[in-house]
Design a protein around this ligand. Structure first.
Ligand SMILES: Cc1cc2nc3c(=O)[nH]c(=O)nc-3n(C[C@H](O)[C@H](O)[C@H](O)COP(=O)(O)O)c2cc1C
Length: 159
């Protein structure tokens, strides 16, 4: 865990974290999966939030805050080990943010990152995450498809 904020991970889910940084290239998988993400490289002085999946907002200069589902941690489903912050803006596939300076507000922690047995299981969980985020952020529309309970991936290997 080193110097990051995981050492003070709260048990309560509603706590606000902030992160500022630049959008960098990820593995380009998100767009193929139907969930494009902006990968944030934190500026000096900003700690990565504790690992988990969050509801929150992406702030871009000159724009109103954009509702988002955010993952923090390693994408172990794809055998990655490096900790990342990835922001999926709800209902927006048109954004090209590479190189942009952004601010992320993480308002509610939904769950732990999990290692799923398949891409399909990850996608099912992402859909539930997004339905949950819509409820929490009171954003309308979109693919509300079922319960907003926990995801049931390979929890034995979750954080
Ligand atoms: C809301 C949300 C939840 C996620 N949860 C997980 C997870 O539990 N496990 C995991 O391995 N990856 C998770 N991811 C990350 C995806 O694996 C990642 O976005 C995808 O592989 C695309 O990565 P790329 O942008 O580097 O191409 C999540 C991403 C989002 C936006």
């Amino acid at each position: 865990m080193g110097q990051d904020a995981a050492s003070v991970e709260p048990s309560a889910s509603a706590i606000v974290h902030h992160l500022e940084g630049v959008v960098i290239h990820g593995d380009q998988r998100g767009r193929q999966l139907g969930f494009p993400t902006a990968n944030i490289s934190p500026d000096a002085g900003w700690l990565m939030p504790p690992d988990g999946v969050y509801a929150g907002w992406l702030h871009i200069s000159g724009e109103p805050p954009l509702p988002a589902a955010i993952s923090v941690g390693a994408n172990t489903t794809f055998d990655q080990t490096d900790k990342r912050c990835e922001v999926h803006v709800l209902d927006r596939t048109d954004l090209d943010l590479y190189g942009a300076k952004v601010h992320v507000t993480l308002t509610t922690r939904l769950r732990a990152m999990q290692r799923f047995g398949s891409t399909q299981e990850l996608l099912s969980c992402l859909n539930r995450d997004i339905a949950h985020v819509r409820t929490l952020l009171r954003t309308p529309g979109g693919r509300q498809n079922g319960s907003r309970g926990l995801c049931h991936g390979d929890t034995s290997r979750s954080e």
